[in-house]
Design a protein around this ligand. Structure first.
Ligand code: PEP
Ligand code: MG
Length: 542
């Protein structure tokens, strides 16, 4: 047995096989091939396997989130049949007598560059697809697999670090726990782990030795300990801890169906945060009374190109319908900082957290914003949708947003497309927004305080920087005073104010928040029942 340790960002005990995730930075070697026929057969076998994987992915995504989102895997299958692409690979293998991996990599580069140079935005977007199918082929050819489906059973993923765009690619039902050598407690990858309700350990001293792949591992998300090849005693101990954890969860079941009301009768909106439509099942299972934050940018992160209006509409509609009349607050895309995707072509910035991100992108590139708004308004007809905007700093920005919203509504009206007049809110996650929250409150229907960013910007502590974990103090008096100020300004203007940052789930502050007058708490689904228990045990009048 080998023991490693790190810091826990979410509790629970996971037992399963280890999967070492390696980024695709491996240089592909050029090798001379004697037997071209054999190499061609090896390539064809890999291609068949890739098509098979894509078929499976198509079926799975179709079932989970619908045809619009699954389409891309059908496109990828077609690309693996494309004669130009295949001819290029075969030609290189034959004429240059080179290995299939190198021929695929070269062809991929050539084709991707060709697409990127085209004027048409759609064709430019195909570059990422060529790279994606080629990477799949190379992984199969080289026997290395970055794709979890090759494991066929749920695994514990260990990695150097994971970007949100990498984490979302893992199949959720195949993920038992996340262990990273780097990572910060406040990153979106940590938030995703909480949403998925799986143990997560960061800053772990585990070696990413490929020889560990497939070995049995136990992750104790409470202590941050990781046991590789556990001995009998440790295994028994951990199985008991896992069982105890399950029991506690079962005890919380008693709170399902109960009201979110304090001892002195104050009703609280207990909502949940999600990253994509697949998380709704978790929200319903944990009986949250609505969705307080749908991080819509994950639809963009899961895509190889801008998600179309139709694909977005289907996703929002699915969530609205599945929530059956309960409130669904969808945040417009918060791309940028740690959440980047190639096709946005965002330039490298020195201070990305303070850079071109979120609502700033939407105001500067209104065509992207309008596509999302159209999809949101179309979906509004299928449930109780509300829209909120991230990273707002001023009343002027809100007025610009509202003007764009009006344009979109007029467009839909002129096309006789039905929609509802939904509530609009802003996230309060910059100190500037706090300071002008009295004015902002007159412009919108609600506030949702994003304590993750508010802490980062108020304390000048980069939430992504693991070295600063000790300095990242959301309990700071400065933050708590800001929350009080926002709530007071909201109430003075007759609107409600909630918290959708991670602090909302901090049970040591529940009483404080409720006494401050916070109306809504939106937390990861797995925290909902624990929070309900805390709300019901709180007396705000005492
Ligand atoms: C926040 O900043 O608190 C928030 C909820 O948004 P995100 O964590 O996605 O930045
Ligand atoms: Mg934020």
């Amino acid at each position: 047995m080998e023991k490693f340790s790190g810091s826990s960002v979410f509790g629970g005990v996971a037992i399963g096989k280890l999967f070492i995730f390696q980024k695709n930075e491996n240089k592909i070697e050029r090798r001379h091939i004697e037997d071209v026929e054999q190499e061609t057969a090896r390539f064809e076998e890999a291609r068949e396997k890739a098509i098979g994987q894509l078929k499976e992915l198509y079926d799975k995504v179709f079932e989970d989130v619908g045809e619009a989102n699954a389409m891309i895997f059908e496109v990828h299958q077609m690309m693996l049949e494309d004669m130009d692409y295949l001819d290029s690979i075969h030609y290189m293998m034959k004429e240059q007598q080179i290995n299939a991996e190198f021929a695929v990599a070269q062809t991929s580069d050539n084709f991707a560059r060709m697409f990127e140079a085209m004027d048409d935005a759609y064709m430019q977007g195909r570059a990422a697809d060529v790279r994606d199918i080629s990477e799949r082929l190379i992984q199969i050819l080289s026997g290395a697999s970055n794709r979890m489906e090759s494991f066929g059973e749920p695994v514990v993923v260990a990695a150097e670090d994971l970007a949100p765009s990498e984490t979302v690619q893992f199949e959720k039902d195949k993920l038992l726990a996340i262990v990273t050598r780097e990572g910060s407690a406040n990153s979106h990858t940590a938030i995703l782990a909480r949403t998925m309700d799986i143990p997560a350990v960061i800053q772990a001293d585990i070696r990413l030795d490929p020889a560990y792949n497939g070995k049995l591992v136990i992750v104790d998300g409470f202590t941050g300990d990781i046991y590789l090849d556990p001995d009998e005693g440790t295994r028994k101990l951990m199985e008991a801890k896992q069982a105890q954890c399950m029991e506690e969860k079962e005890l919380l079941e008693a709170f399902k169906g109960k009201e979110d009301v304090t001892l002195d009768g104050k009703q609280i909106k207990l909502y949940a945060n999600i990253a994509n439509p697949g998380d709704v099942a978790n929200v319903l299972r944990n009986d949250a009374k609505g969705i307080g934050l749908f991080r819509s940018e994950f639809l963009y992160l899961e895509s190889n190109d801008f998600p179309t209006e139709e694909a977005q509409f289907q996703a929002y509609r699915t969530v609205a319908e599945n929530m059956a009349g309960k409130k669904v607050i969808i945040r417009t895309l918060d791309i940028g900082a740690d959440k980047t995707v190639d096709y946005f072509k965002l330039a490298k910035e020195d201070n990305p957290a303070m850079g071109y991100r979120a609502i700033r992108i939407c105001l500067k590139q209104p065509e992207i914003f309008k596509t999302q708004l159209r999809a949101l308004y179309r979906a509004s007809n299928y449930g109780e949708i509300a829209i909120m905007f991230p990273m707002v700093t001023s009343v002027e920005e809100v007025r610009q947003i509202k003007q764009i919203v009006d344009e979109v509504k007029k467009e839909l009206e002129s096309l006789s497309i039905p929609f509802k007049d939904v509530e609009l809110g802003v996230m309060i996650e910059t100190p500037a927004a706090v300071m002008v929250s009295d004015d902002l409150a007159k412009e919108v229907d609600f506030f949702s305080i994003g304590t993750n960013d508010l802490t980062q910007y108020t304390l000048a502590v980069d939430r992504q920087n693991a070295k600063l974990n000790d300095f990242y103090q959301p309990h700071h008096k400065g933050i708590l005073r800001m929350i009080q100020m926002v709530v007071d300004n909201a109430h003075a203007a007759g609107i409600w104010a909630g918290i959708c940052g991670e602090l909302g789930a901090d049970l040591s502050l529940t009483e404080t928040f409720l006494k401050m007058g916070v109306d809504e708490l939106s937390v990861s689904p797995s925290m909902a029942l624990r929070l309900r228990k805390a709300i019901r045990e709180t007396d705000t009048a005492s």
